[in-house]
Design a protein around this ligand. Structure first.
Ligand SMILES: NC(=O)c1ccc[n+]([C@@H]2O[C@H](COP(=O)([O-])OP(=O)(O)OC[C@H]3O[C@@H](n4cnc5c(N)ncnc54)[C@H](O)[C@@H]3O)[C@@H](O)[C@H]2O)c1
Length: 461
């Protein structure tokens, strides 16, 4: 089929590359020239495990054509996927400017019978408004509009896209929904080949699939057909619920710190209840990234606009905001005073990605700098991105090596749980420090081992 994907971010580029891999003729459209230029060279402009291989295949096979030109990108498309950003607006709600711009531009050039599929995270009512815009822009057009939210996680975007937990399809045209389900099934059928061709994914996939367990199963059982509004709400609810689980664990970790309980033991016990589950019940620096913070804020705004109580979601957001300050207090309680040098390991909002949008690690660096600490921070992938989102200042500097982070520091804080930080030679690194203090803000490292080397503390354990 001829397919157009609008927006080449984590969602759009991953989808484009997979559709091209399956054999579709895909145009991926963006408005930023540098991004299109890099994709044309056969690589991704952001880091995501296994994505470069797929983009390269798309370009080499000529199945993937990146373009800045809407007419070229849309005119032959049987299906148009919409995957542009939906950041927070000034009022806290989602800014839908990019969505409506993309819809209007696509509507100008679309061919008759096209299916629009919304993959971005949007508030209820966006689909209805988008349909109005398409009709207004192209009054004679015959089209279908479906909402099929994306659920991938950065850091495992390819893997999540080849083996999805569920495929939600909202709208009122059952025949067209079947076409879309089939397309996603084709991608899933290629999962073994894709993982085999990309060794890093293969290795990661085998542990992930065996740990996740529930991800495999008959494809049709994962296909959910709903009305437009339900599909839009499913995605926003999923993100807010996961954010709530994280905040719940973080709040209980604070209780554990007071009473001497261990958050990991508590959540192991709680999570073994099948009604609750263990995932996302981990204490840490809080949620961040390009999705959870804006989606919780967006749900607060749209809930309030509807006159429904939004206190639950508000509290989740506020508590998450305060988690970085809580960690700064914990560091001070270890006896590390303002003015001291603090080393920070990790800057991306989670491991496996170079994304630093609303990164708790970046926020921690800024908070420490604000308190007068001299901060030296590093990351395996995200230093350049951090320089843009969390600029260096008189107290905050980015360094290339972990040695630089430890050298002369009063304390080192683990802020993002990159796997490579598990294997560091902490014995050797500790000798570079001024004082051997270590705070694990992700509860990632083995406490017993670290206790032998450092004056060590972590969250609630
Ligand atoms: N990143 C994730 O993990 C994830 C997961 C699921 C859903 N989502 C949702 O999917 C959507 C996209 O997320 P993302 O992380 O891929 O965003 P992103 O910011 O990485 O990418 C969006 C892209 O859209 C482009 N764009 C903006 N306006 C455009 C226009 N008018 N025409 C063409 N391109 C345009 C931008 O230049 C950018 O490259 C958001 O709604 C997000 O909430 C994201």
């Amino acid at each position: 089929m001829n397919i157009s994907v609008i927006g080449t971010g984590y969602v759009g580029l991953t989808l484009s590359a997979l559709l091209a891999k399956v054999g579709h003729k895909v145009h991926c459209i963006d408005v930023i020239e540098d991004k299109i230029k890099t994709i044309k060279e056969g690589k991704s402009y952001f880091y995501e495990l296994g994505l470069d291989n797929l983009v390269k295949y798309g370009i080499d096979s000529r199945n993937l054509t990146p373009t800045l030109n809407y007419e070229e990108g849309v005119k032959d498309a049987d299906i148009i996927f919409l995957s542009v950003g939906t950041p927070s607006g000034a009022d806290g709600g989602w800014d839908l400017t990019y969505i409506y711009d993309a819809v209007e531009n696509a509507a100008k050039f679309m061919k008759d019978g096209v299916i629009f599929v919304q993959r971005s995270t949007v508030p209820v009512g966006t689909g209805k408004r988008a349909i109005e815009i398409i009709k207004k822009t192209n009054p004679k057009a015959n089209f279908t509009y479906l909402s099929s939210p994306e659920f991938l996680r950065e850091g495992s975007a390819v893997l999540d896209s080849i083996i999805q937990d569920r495929i939600v399809m909202g709208g009122d045209n059952e025949e067209k929904k079947k076409i879309l389900f089939k397309i996603f099934e084709e991608i899933e059928k290629m999962a073994p080949q894709i993982t085999e061709e990309t060794p890093e994914i293969h290795e990661y996939a085998s542990t992930y699939i065996s740990n996740g367990g529930s991800k495999e199963g008959a494809f049709k059982d994962k296909c959910i057909s709903t009305c437009l509004e339900s599909a839009e709400l499913i995605k926003v609810c999923s993100n807010t619920f996961l954010a709530t689980k994280i905040t719940f664990a973080n709040n209980i970790a604070r209780v554990c710190d007071r009473v001497g309980a261990n958050i990991n033991e508590v959540m192991d016990g709680v999570g073994m209840d099948r009604r609750i589950g263990r995932s996302f019940l981990y204490a840490g620096l809080g949620f961040g990234g390009g999705c959870f913070p804006k989606d919780v804020k967006g749900l607060i705004k749209s809930t309030e606009d509807l006159g429904v109580d939004a206190q639950l979601f508000k509290r989740v957001y506020e508590l998450n905001e305060s988690q970085v300050d809580y960690v700064v207090d914990c560091i001070k309680q270890m006896g590390v005073l303002g003015g001291s040098q603090v080393g920070v390991l990790g800057l991306s909002f989670k491991p496996g990605t170079s994304d630093v949008r609303v990164s708790p690690a970046g926020r921690l660096c800024k908070a420490l700098s604000h308190e007068g600490f001299a901060v030296l921070a590093t990351d395996p992938r995200a230093i350049e991105e951090s320089k843009k989102d969390f600029p260096e200042d008189k107290n905050l500097k980015y360094v290339d090596t972990v040695e630089d982070v430890f050298k002369n520091s009063e304390i080192v804080v683990l802020a993002t749980e990159w796997p490579e930080y598990k294997e560091l030679d902490y014995e050797r690194l500790s000798k570079l420090m001024k004082s051997k203090n270590f705070y694990d803000a992700r509860n990632f490292l083995e406490k017993e081992k670290m206790n032998k080397i450092f004056k060590f503390d972590n969250l609630g354990a």
